[in-house]
Design a protein around this ligand. Sequence first.
Ligand code: SAH
Length: 220
Amino acid sequence: MLPEDNYRHKGLRKKLVEGIKEKGISDARVLKALETVPRHLFLDNAFLEFAYQDKAFPIGAGQTISQPYTVAFQTELLQLKKGEKVLEIGTGSGYQTSVLMEMGAKVYSIERQKELFDKTKRLLQQLNYTSAKLFYGDGYKGIPTFAPFDKVLVTAGAPFIPEALLEQLKIGGILVIPLGEGEVQIMTSVIKKGPSDFQTDEFGEFRFVPLLEEKAWKKT
Ligand code: SAH
């Protein structure tokens, strides 16, 4: 059966996006992408009522689909231009990946949970979001073969900025990462000014599941 995206879904999405705009997101391209991507199809069946609330939600394997506002906030910080190469760490449900694709980015995304990697790969094909390159691996290492990237987006709470990700960022590129080991992280953007010259800015508190090292070999 083809996944359904009907007028009710579209209406709910419009409302969600209005709310996100009121919370301070102003980049029209980000808002348009959120209005386009059918978030309800990234949750397991029967969770429609949760899909268009501005909340994170469990997606299996102990992980969550990020809150729409958080997705919008991180995407806005990336200052994305069409055609840019983006490395995403933490594919999860594939929702953020799809938002980036809607904005015309060439997305490379890594997920360390095999179960989620397999599930999301199937889903994105089904939804016709086929341009992203998905990798099963450890995001701390990035993807050296496809570096450098214009932008890097980390969608899990990291205890520190992985060196490999800074190396794989182009000069002039931006890395967005929630930093902090506890329950709460500080949203941080890092602009690479030169090979070892970085400008760091902080954007307040957010909550993410942790960025864990190595691939997961069993369910965590
Ligand atoms: N962008 C996702 C958010 C998922 S939550 C979405 O829109 O749904 C963060 C994801 O990061 C989880 O799926 C988790 O398994 C993954 N993750 C955690 N540590 C990782 C690592 N070292 N490498 C790659 N993915 C990781």
